[in-house]
Design a protein around this ligand. Sequence first.
Ligand SMILES: NC(=O)c1ccc[n+]([C@@H]2O[C@H](COP(=O)([O-])OP(=O)(O)OC[C@H]3O[C@@H](n4cnc5c(N)ncnc54)[C@H](O)[C@@H]3O)[C@@H](O)[C@H]2O)c1
Ligand SMILES: CCCCC[C@H](O)CC\C=C/C=C/C=C/[C@@H](O)[C@@H](O)CCCC(=O)O
Length: 257
Amino acid sequence: MALEGKTAVVTGAAMGIGKAMTEILLQNGAKVVLLDVNATAGESLKEALNKEYGQKTLFLNCDVESEEQLKAAFQKAADTFGRIDILCNNAGILNEATWEKTVSINLMGVIRGSYLALEHMNKMSGGQGGVIVNTASMAGIGPFLSCPVYTATKSGVVGFTRAMAAASVASGYGIRFNALCPGFVQTELMSNIVDRLGRFSHLTDATHKLVEKMGVLSVSEVAECLLELVTDETKNGEALVVFPKGKKYVTFSSLLQ
Ligand SMILES: NC(=O)c1ccc[n+]([C@@H]2O[C@H](COP(=O)([O-])OP(=O)(O)OC[C@H]3O[C@@H](n4cnc5c(N)ncnc54)[C@H](O)[C@@H]3O)[C@@H](O)[C@H]2O)c1
Ligand SMILES: CCCCC[C@H](O)CC\C=C/C=C/C=C/[C@@H](O)[C@@H](O)CCCC(=O)O
């Protein structure tokens, strides 16, 4: 998929991985609507990006926990730029103490965002198709010992993405669904981890050892993988793992063999 003339919506776009995703989409010709709960960071990023790329971005203060706010944001995106072609469901938190909120943002936010975006993108109801990339995590593929709820949300995101990819093909939606599964990435989410492990704070040292063993990615390495999942029309229902040693499409075994 060529990005020139396309419109993307990125959740959790004000900082970290979402910010890098926004930048790479703009660099490749897309217009980008940034959604985030951090209005200060979002507005100032929008100002900076519009100076660099022209009036190609819009920031909307939007919480992915709110159906109403998300619905209004997609409508505003479509009204402003005429179409929605790409959705990056990226907003996420890691907090084992406030675990219900972790489920609400990381898993329910992805489902909510996908279903609302379908109203604009689905070829069966007047949309032009496109691609939805959900930010999962390496924890969505293998267990992250100190973060069982985070692991559960990311496994859920991988499962939801793969099932939606199959549903989309069978239903003629014209939308590809892929999951991006990074290892550890240098962002705000990684800081103060000790305060965020809740009942597993005794596993802080083990967490740090795992980080040391696996290494840490930059946000731009992750954004390059997003670009691949967006532009490569052959990718649907994929989970792309990226870690400092390289990237790999996950092979899932079939129960029917
Ligand atoms: N940092 C890592 O090591 C890592 C690794 C793999 C996957 N991830 C995933 O990548 C995604 C982005 O994480 P990050 O590391 O860039 O984190 P980050 O904390 O740097 O950025 C997250 C952004 O999401 C926004 N956000 C949080 N809650 C929101 C909500 N309810 N609605 C809208 N926006 C909200 C924040 O304001 C922030 O701008 C998350 O889904 C995370 O789970 C992160
Ligand atoms: C502390 C920051 C938290 C960031 C959360 C991110 O989503 C990153 C999660 C990254 C990795 C999770 C890894 C889980 C790996 C397991 O499957 C583990 O068994 C891998 C062991 C690797 C090894 O021992 O060689």
